[in-house]
Ligand binder design. Structure first.
Ligand SMILES: [Zn+2]
Length: 223
């Protein structure tokens, strides 16, 4: 999903509030005992305001692509180490930090896959690239699905981030899209795009933004 185009897509994809989304949206911190879900908004697909279909977009992003959940809780990832999409070592270090410090503490278990798989039924889940190909001039990064396995789940997501912008915030943001997190205007209830409670799913995203409690709780509820 492109950072510049998401709101228009969200407007095209509104749907009737479903029972699961409603339950997620109305649970707040301190309501009831033993409820671990403390999110301020439901911002993982499908939400009451955004339920895109997960589609194969191939090796390049498709303008009609939506957001997908990843297909399992064991999230393997790889950073291109050669060729046009190569990440420098400092960029890889950022990716490792985001996966270890933002996503691994959630219900997802992240691990680096030094022998990535690009075909079959157990592909490496997230492939990070650095580059500008097919990124509009105002877009810092994109995430898209390369292999949809159902209408809601993806076996392999790609993330491409513009050179010079591989920071904690944008890496956490695009990884969030790769596991199904949305922007504030696609959440239910809707939040301003730059509401700080969205953590790294704010847009524009602060360079140092981290996952934060709202995104963590939504991931844990979805997986
Ligand atoms: Zn985004």
């Amino acid at each position: 999903m492109s950072e510049a185009k998401t709101e228009k897509r969200a407007a095209r994809r509104r749907r009737v509030l479903g029972p699961v989304a409603l339950a997620a949206a109305v649970l707040t911190v301190g309501v009831g005992s033993g409820v671990a879900y403390a999110a301020v908004t439901d911002n993982i697909v499908p939400t009451a305001n955004y339920s895109p279909r997960c589609i194969d977009e191939g090796s390049e992003p498709d303008a009609n692509g939506g957001l997908c959940l990843t297909d399992n809780t064991a999230v393997t990832y790889y950073a291109d180490s050669s060729g046009d999409n190569m990440l420098e070592s400092n960029d890889k270090a950022v990716v490792n930090t985001v996966m270890a410090d933002d996503y691994n503490p959630t219900q997802l278990n992240t691990s680096y896959d030094s022998s990535p798989s690009f075909s079959g039924s157990a592909e490496t889940d997230v492939i990070y690239q650095e580059g500008t190909r097919n990124l509009a001039s105002n877009v810092l990064g994109m995430a898209w699905c390369n292999d949809a396995v159902t209408s809601s789940k993806c076996d392999q997501a790609y993330i491409r981030i513009r050179p010079g912008y591989y920071n904690r915030g944008i890496t956490c943001h695009e990884t969030g899209h790769a596991v199904g997190l949305t922007h504030g205007q696609q959440a239910s209830p809707r939040l301003r795009q730059n509401d700080s409670r969205l953590g790294c799913m704010q847009t524009p995203v602060p360079a140092g933004a981290t996952l934060g409690a709202n995104n963590r709780d939504n991931i844990n509820a979805a997986y």
